[in-house]
Design a protein around this ligand. Structure first.
Ligand code: ATP
Ligand code: MG
Length: 297
């Protein structure tokens, strides 16, 4: 909150979904800070709370407890009208299911123009802006095609252009490469990196796609509604990213993994780490030896 470089701060987010029979705690006190211009991937098992988090950042879902600050403003302290404006102007959303992103009865160009009707713009300016966005996402040659005439990857390119139409500060994408093959997924990943570099846009991508996560400078792992580990890209790998092919990059060790120490000084250990250390009980011994903390049976 105090760091002005942070465009987004999530502070102790809790989300409880109540249905008739059960209560699900989708987020369990999640803390997260994202700097302006960062490109971040969020990974985690199914049901870990990734979409819930993204929807909350998008202003679509209210937390049960905790706060989200965007550019220092408390998102859920806003009036309903301010929140509507936030959803329209500050964040752009790309969903996994391309059908959810596009109007089927409008062609690609008209889809990108649609959000621009909220702005005071001449028809000509609107058309030019939409065309420019389609060019930026590399799909201007299909401007007159309808969604059903486009492949999954092409639809996602149009969807990204739609999400950029209102010049958002933050682009949110929930499994944007979930429904396309690996080659198309590579193209979409490169597009996200390009948009991040050229526009300085802050981008948060939820993904199952490990190859996508490997190309991103910061990877956040959500487990059981909290952030457990973060991976930061190694500097030498970052330098080679543009030069080497995806195949060669796979051979390299891309990221350094860190466990997250939360505000209550808790660290979450993965099942793999515990297994490797032969720890199977819920009680562990903690000692400091030579400035290192040792956790053992
Ligand atoms: N509207 C809802 N009502 C009740 N429970 C919900 C609702 N939305 C999500 N949940 C529950 O909250 C938990 C987190 O769901 P969420 O969709 O955030 O997971 P996810 O990490 O996005 O999973 P996936 O990778 O499968 O998309 C799950 O246990 C889910 O069943
Ligand atoms: Mg999800």
């Amino acid at each position: 909150m105090s760091n002005p470089e942070n465009i987004l701060v999530c502070d102790g987010l809790v989300k409880i979904f109540k249905t008739e029979e059960v209560e699900v705690m989708a987020l369990q006190g999640l803390d997260l800070q994202i700097k302006k211009g960062e490109l971040v991937a969020i990974i985690g098992k199914s049901g870990s709370g990734k979409s819930t988090l993204l929807n909350m950042i998008g202003g679509l879902e209210r937390p049960t407890a905790g706060r989200i600050y965007v550019d220092g403003k408390d998102l859920f302290a806003m009036t309903e009208a301010q929140l509507v404006s936030y959803r329209q102007n500050t964040v752009g959303f790309v969903w996994q299911n391309s059908a959810q992103n596009l109007f089927p009865y409008l062609n690609a160009l008209q889809n990108v123009e649609a959000p621009l009707y909220f702005k005071k713009m001449s028809e000509k300016a609107r058309r030019e802006k939409a065309m420019e966005l389609l060019k930026r996402t590399g799909i201007d040659h299909k401007a007159m095609s309808y969604p059903t005439q486009l492949s999954g990857g092409e639809q996602q390119r149009v969807a990204i252009a739609v999400a950029l139409a209102m010049d958002p500060k933050i682009l949110l994408a929930d499994e944007p490469t979930g429904a396309v093959d690996s080659k198309t997924s590579d193209m979409i990943q490169d597009l996200f990196r390009k948009l991040n570099e050229e526009l300085g846009l802050t981008i948060i991508i939820v993904t199952h796609d490990i190859s996508l996560a490997n190309k991103v400078s910061r990877v956040i792992m959500v487990s059981d509604g909290k952030i457990s580990t973060e991976k930061i890209m190694k500097e030498d790998y970052r330098k080679k990213l543009d030069e080497l092919s995806t195949e060669n990059l796979k051979e390299m060790d891309s990221h350094e993994e860190y466990s997250v120490l939360d505000k209550a000084r808790r660290v979450q250990l993965s099942e793999e780490v515990l297994k490797e250390a032969g720890i199977d009980s819920h009680m562990v011994r903690v000692e400091v030896v030579d400035g290192k903390i040792i956790i053992s049976k």
